[in-house]
Design a protein around this ligand. Structure first.
Ligand code: NAP
Length: 311
């Protein structure tokens, strides 16, 4: 019986684990399908305090993991399929059903399964993630100083990413599959007012062009049916994120976009004993440092819950 099972091994889950282990609580992290989370697909992280020279995403995760291990956190490579509520002599516990058929039990659960960036699923895209294809302008924009890049998508995220990129790059071309944008009027206007932003509306991305790294993108002109190529050093995919909450339906309250609803500034979900931290409950900020901070909150909330319920 664990004091807490943490589902997800990004900065939120790992930080929660540090707090729990330092409090002497028995905890385990279930790594999930993307061990280390989205940071493992990022190159250099330059906005996480404490690293004046920056740090690579995978290295940062490795270091936080080592820190939690030093204090006694256990790790398990598995995927959680279901969470079962159990009553034990009037005390509430949870049984977690894993994809390998095993069941593990805990007094509390921390959900830190993150949100995955959506990608286009076109030819050559997956192979070039980290080599010119990115889903995070805040993480990778800096490396495109003076270059030409494209942003794919027509929502607020795409507008925001494109405007952010203009701080560094020579030119941003926004590519959208329709000639109507989904973004709010104000965000559209800000993008339209920006002289470094060009537009290719009603174009469907077909193929990422690359040698050693990305050189451009092949597009279908939806109006003419012709294939065009556009030279670019970077391709930023901004077509939305999906919180990883499918397996939680009916277990905790989730909003209409799939994010877990937490109470006030706490990590408490609608189910007592289940807590949430990181991007899975944060559709707005989605930054590593904020995920880590919310993991700390979850660690402290779990401690308090165990104490208050004499668990
Ligand atoms: P979104 O509003 O759902 O927009 C996604 C965009 O990507 C749409 O233009 C969509 O095209 C396009 N798209 C989706 N799948 C595609 C595909 N397979 N191929 C090509 N294009 C594809 O997502 P979002 O921009 O991430 O925003 C999500 C939510 O967060 C929104 O409610 C937004 O307002 C909010 N948000 C707000 C701010 C802000 O206010 N500062 C910033 C960021 C996000 P279609 O239109 O054709 O479907």
């Amino acid at each position: 019986m664990y004091d807490s099972i943490i589902i997800g091994s990004g900065p939120a889950g790992l930080t929660a684990a540090i707090y729990l282990s330092r409090a002497g609580l028995k905890n385990i992290i279930i790594n999930g399908m993307e061990p280390g989370g989205q940071l493992t697909t990022t190159t250099e992280v330059e906005n996480f305090p404490g690293f004046p020279q920056g740090i690579s995403g995978p290295q940062l995760i490795k270091d936080i993991k080592a820190q939690s291990k030093n204090f006694g956190t256990e790790f398990l490579q598995a995927v959680v399929k279901d969470i079962e509520n159990v009553e034990n002599n009037g005390k509430k516990t949870f049984k977690l059903h894993l994809d390998n058929g095993n069941i593990i039990e805990a007094k509390t659960v921390i959900l830190s399964t993150g949100a995955s960036a959506k990608y286009l699923g076109i030819e050559n895209e997956k192979e070039n993630i980290g080599k010119g294809v990115s889903a995070c302008a805040t993480c990778d924009g800096f490396f495109y100083r003076g270059k030409d890049v494209v942003v794919i998508g027509g929502g607020d995220t795409a507008m925001e990413e494109a405007i952010f990129l203009t701080k560094f790059v020579n030119k941003v071309t926004i590519i959208n599959r329709r000639d109507v944008l989904r973004a709010s009027a104000i965000m559209q206007q800000r993008a339209r007012d920006n002289e470094k932003i060009e537009w290719k509306l009603d174009y469907t991305p077909k193929k990422v062009l690359a040698d050693e790294k990305v050189t451009g993108i092949e597009l279908l002109n939806n109006k003419t049916g012709e294939i065009e190529t556009l030279a670019a050093d970077g391709i930023f995919v901004a077509i939305g994120r999906t919180p990883n909450t499918k397996f939680l339906e009916g277990k905790v309250e989730i909003d209409d976009r799939g994010y877990i609803i937490t109470k006030g500034k706490s990590s408490k979900t609608s189910t007592a004993g289940i807590f949430a931290a990181g991007d899975v409950q944060d559709s707005k900020y989605q930054q590593a440092i904020i995920a880590a901070g919310s993991g700390a909150i979850a660690g402290l909330d779990v401690e308090e819950y165990l104490r208050e319920n004499n668990l």
